[in-house]
Design a protein around this ligand. Sequence first.
Ligand SMILES: C[C@](O)(CO)[C@H](O)COP(=O)(O)OP(=O)(O)OC[C@H]1O[C@@H](n2ccc(N)nc2=O)[C@H](O)[C@@H]1O
Ligand SMILES: Nc1ncnc2c1ncn2[C@@H]1O[C@H](COP(=O)(O)OP(=O)(O)OP(=O)(O)O)[C@@H](O)[C@H]1O
Length: 282
Amino acid sequence: MGLTLKAHGKINLTLDVLSRRPDGYHEVEMIMQGIELHDTLQIEALPGEIILTASGLPVGCDENNLIIKAARLLQQFSGTGWGARIHLHKEIPVAAGLAGGSTDAAATLVGLNELWQLGLTQEQLSELAVKLGADVPFCLRGGTAIARGIGEKLIQLPPAPKFGVILVKPSFGVSTAEVYQGLNLNNLGRRPDLAAMVEALQTGSLAAVSEQLANVLESVTLRLYPELQEIKETLARAGCRGVLMSGSGPTIFGLTEDAAAAAVLARQLTLPGCQVVATAIF
Ligand SMILES: C[C@](O)(CO)[C@H](O)COP(=O)(O)OP(=O)(O)OC[C@H]1O[C@@H](n2ccc(N)nc2=O)[C@H](O)[C@@H]1O
Ligand SMILES: Nc1ncnc2c1ncn2[C@@H]1O[C@H](COP(=O)(O)OP(=O)(O)OP(=O)(O)O)[C@@H](O)[C@H]1O
């Protein structure tokens, strides 16, 4: 008996950094949004060992993969004798700011909790999730949420309007740690207005949501990679209403009225060396 799970990526509609903590992490305040684009995990329980294989976009299957880390953490926490055979089909660009690894880890926790019949609550899973990464607790639930703390304190919001989303991932990846380290907390650029974005989402207006998009991590990543500014301008010229970098980058996303509009627009874009994906708010 096995399970097939969809592990959805995310974008950040707003991202603000409030302070640096003594442990090097940062207190954030952001609105996280799940997207249709997803990886697929096929999981089967078997005694003892954890075996991971992968297809689709290239990704390592060794002990550094967050799927293995999530499975081992759950084995240790529960003391179970079970193991698993897991196949990952990777479609979310890697090291992109789209929580690709985090969402695989979250799906692993959910899938193994069920297959191993551990009966852990959502809260217990969330406590394990944050040990794997700041984005993993959000990925357990998905949808639309305000995230605070290091990203693990979540307030679920009503589902967002189903806008289309175009993702543009340049050929390089970025290190999230480096981006946070590069922040000058006294010079963050334009900061988001959380309450205004929550209100904009309630109106359902693409124009209102687009106006409130803001991510202070752009102050670091766009300085390191000026070509990202050009990608933003290309997306805006092509007709995307709102354009922003997701997470620590380097993926730039653009919003359209719906998924069909995103697909049409994505086909018209010429961005050599970039992965361009048309998807939608999930
Ligand atoms: C940029 C975002 O993706 C926005 O959703 C997240 O804040 C980062 O989430 P993530 O990649 O799951 O983060 P982790 O894997 O836990 O942390 C990677 C590194 O990012 C930095 N980090 C992460 C989250 C946070 N609130 N403050 C930080 O300073 C830390 O240096 C950490 O070593
Ligand atoms: N299952 C996985 N899928 C993708 N990357 C993984 C996975 N497990 C470990 N990694 C490693 O994690 C690193 C970050 O990749 P990931 O795709 O999670 O980044 P990200 O989209 O920037 O994440 P976030 O938005 O949470 O910061 C990569 O260097 C990759 O090798």
